[in-house]
Design a protein around this ligand. Structure first.
Ligand code: GLY
Length: 408
């Protein structure tokens, strides 16, 4: 693997310089092409150091230079192939496609297994979803349809949401639990309903978004990480946290998932209630951000100490979502505001304080996976890199006069 990959690194670095000069005039003030080049260089270095395709880059610990790997089935396993697919989309270089396929093909059999949690949406849309979008490979389409049906098995019609974590039912005493992250995985249901799957998948996704909107947010539109419901009559029992600082605080990545999730639900439904809600959940996040636009891992963490870690992953997810949101908001001033905020986040993430370049081959430093378990604290994490690259590609599309999203 190593020999062919070093040829790949050479070729990719060479093509990166060509593309750097070709579209510079279209990129505005933010050097989007330069930042995409940076991602391409870093990803090529990661590829060249991979012992084998089944070692999936996951995180780089604080102060370290080498990747910790994950395997097929972990909730993060789709982000690395997703990065490879985005690089293929940007370059159309078949070398990236080949690398993306290798990992996606390893994930494909997992699409036919029973969904263990809501995470199958993350796993499948990043890998097979991007793969199908870019290649039309029917084996990816079939895998996505199967994974969507399996995810739908976790839906409880009494509650009107998906059971996010079956393993937490007994462990935490949360009979039916729905985490805010689950909003992201409605995309798999919408996709399937549009691509030959059961039309009821669409209704489930809409009902999940409505139920979550009704119960999982406080009056200021910040969200609880976990909503706990009764399985018999479906009533909302309580809102609690798992990865945030406290039950009442705003966990940064949770709010980022809400911003991205409701923007996506508006895209899929065209229902103005969801656009309005996407704006409200964005506005509370934006209002409470520190000046540099990168949140603490939890918005209340600053009260413990200003030295608490930031979460670059939340910033990357939010930047990508706000670019999309900016294209749906009719009022020109508000639209420009969301776009400006997204670019300010990308500027911060592209500064030397957040770039991993001199330390490792990840894109970004300073994300927090799970503070309460002391996992991946102030680390580089694959999903931060994935959404950072997605945001850069979305910005490049906007700046070159295209729709923010490529065809889905
Ligand atoms: N979905 C898990 C997380 O955001 O950490």
């Amino acid at each position: 693997m190593k020999t062919s990959v070093s040829i790949l690194v050479g070729l990719l670095l060479a093509t990166s310089c060509i593309s750097c000069h070709s579209s510079k005039e279209n990129t505005g003030d933010f050097p989007v092409e330069k930042e995409i080049d940076y991602c391409r260089t870093q990803a090529a270095l990661t590829l060249s150091a991979l012992p084998s395709a089944d070692k999936i880059p996951n995180s780089v610990d604080k102060g370290c230079s080498s990747w910790n790997y994950t395997g097929v089935g972990s909730w993060t396993c789709g982000f690395w192939p997703g990065i490879l697919w985005y690089l293929y989309e940007d370059t159309r270089d078949s070398l990236w496609e080949k690398s993306a396929r290798k990992v996606s093909d390893l994930i494909l059999p997992f699409a036919y297994k029973k969904a263990r949690s809501h995470d199958s949406g993350f796993i499948m849309m990043t890998s097979l979803g991007n793969g199908y979008r870019l290649t039309g490979d029917l084996s990816y389409k079939a895998g996505l349809l199967s994974a969507a049906d399996s995810l739908a098995e976790l839906y409880n019609p009494k509650v009107g949401t998906i059971l996010s974590w079956p393993n937490m039912v007994k462990k935490e005493g949360w009979p039916h639990n729905t985490i805010i992250d689950n909003m992201m995985n409605l995309e798999l249901l919408f996709w399937a309903a549009r691509n030959g799957g059961d039309k009821r998948l669409y209704d489930m996704a809409v009902r999940h978004a409505e139920t979550t909107m009704r119960h999982q947010f406080r009056p200021d539109y910040s969200c609880y990480h976990v909503a706990v419901y009764d399985t018999i009559d479906g009533h909302f029992i309580k809102g609690v946290t798992h990865q945030g600082l406290s039950d009442d605080s705003m966990w940064a990545r949770g709010q980022a998932w809400a911003i991205y999730g409701y923007t996506m639900v508006y895209r899929e439904t065209g229902d103005p209630r969801f656009l309005d809600f996407a704006r409200k959940v964005s506005d509370v996040y934006l209002k409470r951000l520190p000046n540099d636009r990168i949140p603490y891992w939890d918005f209340a963490a600053y009260e413990i100490s200003p030295a608490e870690p930031r979460d670059a992953s939340a910033a990357a997810i939010t930047a990508s979502a706000l670019l999309e949101l900016s294209t749906y908001v009719a009022d020109a001033d508000s639209s420009a505001y969301y776009k400006r905020q997204a670019i300010a986040m990308l500027e911060a993430l592209s500064s030397s304080a957040y770039q991993a370049g001199t330390q490792s081959s990840a894109f970004l430093l300073h994300s927090v996976g799970h503070m309460n378990k002391n996992w991946e604290v102030d680390a580089s994490i694959s999903y931060a890199d994935y959404y950072y690259l997605e945001a850069l590609i979305r910005l490049k599309r906007l700046e070159t006069g295209h729709s923010v999203l490529a065809d889905l």
